[in-house]
Ligand binder design. Structure first.
Ligand code: AMP
Length: 603
């Protein structure tokens, strides 16, 4: 068995870690970075890039640069409409109601795009570790629903990874803490990243980490803060020039970029200059944007968002029946937790200094790697008692939601429910499974419907079918049913909960593997073309310098070879042709050099 990697698949950046002699370490990617931007970029001619290179083309090619994929993964389109204004690319509703992202005329599921990021991470890990990597633990926000978890796991599968466990990001951070400290305490993990916010309260011991409560918001992140600055910039620009530029995609991307940069600067400086020359132009000439943004103004703009996170913390304390005085340590996770005002608010709320031992960008991946180490048996087992963040239940008469497993139940957990028929000789019963807190079934997230079939004919109310709902350690829901009269048990798969069947996932996995092989070949091919080009330039120089010394026949042959070489590059000859051309050019070059040397010796 190879090594199990831990992946923090972030909205903005992803991080990968592994265990080396019982200690977690971060994988350095091909660009030499510890963070890989979770961005996939496509070029017009079908090339695909992931990470830093993709992020760099965001400004010039915003429609085909896909970021924040995590905001759409496993979500129904109708639930994600608020997030559309945070991105420049095209998101629409797939036939199954999920989100679909269209790039250069092709539609992708968020799972496929997330798989491209995971594939890059897998490859970086393999290059860095010098071994094949097939198994991973992937983290998700604690507030991810069952559909989002399933979709994340499917993305891993498409990327060629066996996803051994999905764990909650704050729980992963707590694992890093347990591994490091080994001291019993009650900790709060405040996790605010680019797209989501989570707060978790945990009791950790030397070998048990028990989540007492978790709260969060799947659509509240750094990008929302940036958006507040963008709106402010749009206002400033409009009052100065009387122009609304919010419909121009390139302009919006520049504003978003500048807003994020300003935000980052304001984490260490009291004021920042935003300067965007030539933002647009009209008959009267080019228009520039030049404003300074102070930390105080920034804090006023973003305060409502900061307060939302504080409210969630208070609710989590209530859920856990804890008081702020019960918390021994506050661990800050995620890039947005670096904002000074946020740190002040959290410090004030908990009434204690923040624990700054961990790098907020890396601690989640480190926890995931430790979980991998535990699964491998390399790291001393820490029993993780995580909780489910949504109530699980079924729809009953009158569109009401009957709660079977309440939120904050420790997972894994299960609950059995007896189901019967309502008319005589009824042969099937339909069950609609949902997650959420509303008493109205329509307001909760539907996980899917299934039908119990082949019920023995009997008067109504007589059949007794036990339906077992369980939530596994990944937070993923499973359902099984047993007819108590016949004892026949049935494993039930909730109908395509992420809108993707096993067959489709397998097909995408094969496609992704092929694309990766093609990319490798493409890369080798580029190197080869480059080598041929270099050899041609060298030979052209050689000919210029030695024309007077070479016999006519050789000059003729060399000119022919150079011409053939140029043609081959122009006509994009295939790899094998280029390879043989390269060999020929090198041999010819050597032959001529030797000839000249011989001549020199004779004279
Ligand atoms: P993550 O999802 O944890 O990678 O967090 C990324 C988010 O954190 C992005 O929205 C970043 O703009 C934001 N971020 C990173 N560093 C800082 C910082 N120093 N100050 C404010 N926000 C930051």
């Amino acid at each position: 068995m190879g090594r199990i990697i831990g992946i923090d698949l972030g909205t903005t950046n992803s991080v990968c870690a592994y265990m080396e002699r019982n200690e977690p370490r971060i994988v350095i990617n091909e660009e030499g970075g510890r963070l890989t931007p979770s961005v996939v970029g496509f070029t017009k001619n079908g090339e695909r890039f992931v990470g830093d290179i993709a992020k760099r083309q965001m400004l010039i090619n915003p429609d085909a640069t896909i970021h924040s994929i995590k905001r759409f993964i496993g979500r129904r389109y109708r639930d994600a409409t608020n997030d559309l204004r945070l991105v420049n690319y095209q998101v629409s509703e797939a036939p199954n109601g999920d989100c679909a992202i269209t790039v250069n005329g092709r539609s992708y599921s968020p799972q496929e795009l997330a798989a491209m990021v995971l594939q890059k991470i897998k490859k970086s890990a393999e290059d860095f570790l010098g071994e094949s990597v097939t198994e991973a633990v992937i983290t998700v926000p604690a507030y991810f629903t069952d559909r989002q978890r399933q979709a994340t796991r499917d993305a891993g599968t498409i990327a060629g990874l066996d996803v051994l466990r999905i764990i909650n990001e704050p729980t992963a951070a707590a694992l890093a803490y347990v591994h490091d400290r080994k001291k019993a305490s009650t900790i709060a993990v405040y996790d605010w990243g680019g797209g989501t916010f989570d707060i978790s309260l945990l009791e950790v011991d030397r070998d048990v980490a028990e989540v007492r409560a978790t709260r969060g918001n799947n659509a509240l992140g750094g990008a929302d803060i940036d958006r507040r600055i963008v709106d402010w910039l749009l206002d400033r620009f409009s009052s100065e020039h009387g122009l609304d530029v919010s419909q121009d995609k390139i302009v919006m991307q520049r504003l978003r970029d500048a807003a994020e940069r300003a935000k980052l600067e304001l984490s260490s400086a009291p004021t920042t200059e935003i300067h965007l020359p030539f933002l647009v132009s009209d008959q009267s000439g080019p228009k520039h944007l030049q404003v300074s943004l102070t930390r105080a103004t920034f804090e006023t703009l973003a305060e409502p968002l900061f307060q939302k996170t504080v409210e969630e913390c208070k609710r989590a304390l209530l859920d856990a029946r804890m008081d702020v005085r019960d918390i021994d340590e506050v661990i800050m996770v995620g890039g947005s937790s670096r904002i000074p005002r946020v740190q002040d608010l959290v410090r004030e709320l908990f009434g204690r200094p923040l624990n700054k031992t961990f790098n907020p960008d890396e601690v989640v991946a480190i926890g995931a790697a430790i979980q991998g180490g535990i699964l491998e048996g390399e790291v001393k087992a820490v029993t993780l008692l995580d909780v489910t963040n949504f109530s699980l239940g079924i729809e009953v008469q009158g569109r009401r939601f009957a709660r079977l497993i309440p939120k904050n139940s420790t997972i894994p957990t299960q609950k059995a429910q007896l189901v019967s028929t309502v008319v005589d000789n009824q042969r099937t019963v339909k069950i609609h499974v949902l997650q959420g807190e509303s008493g109205d079934a329509r307001e909760n997230v539907s996980l899917g419907e299934f039908e119990l079939q082949n019920i023995q004919p009997a008067p109504r109310g007589v059949p007794r079918i036990q339906v077992k709902f369980s939530i596994d350690a990944n937070g993923i829901v499973n359902v099984s049913a047993t007819d108590l009269r016949t004892g026949v048990a049935d494993e039930i798969r909730i109908d395509a909960p992420t809108g993707m069947s096993r067959v489709e996932i397998d097909r995408l996995r094969e496609e992704a593997a092929q694309a990766s092989r093609d990319e490798d070949e493409g890369r080798e091919f580029k190197v080869l073309r480059n080598d041929v080009e270099k050899e041609l330039v060298t030979l052209e120089g050689f000919l210029r310098e030695n024309r007077g010394l070479l016999p006519k026949q050789d000059i003729f042959e060399l000119e022919q070879a150079l011409k053939r070489g140029r043609m081959a590059l122009l006509k994009a000859a295939d790899g094998r042709n280029l390879q043989s051309l390269m060999g020929y050019l090198q041999r010819f070059h050597q032959h001529l050099t030797e000839k000249l040397e011989q001549q020199a010796r004779l004279h």
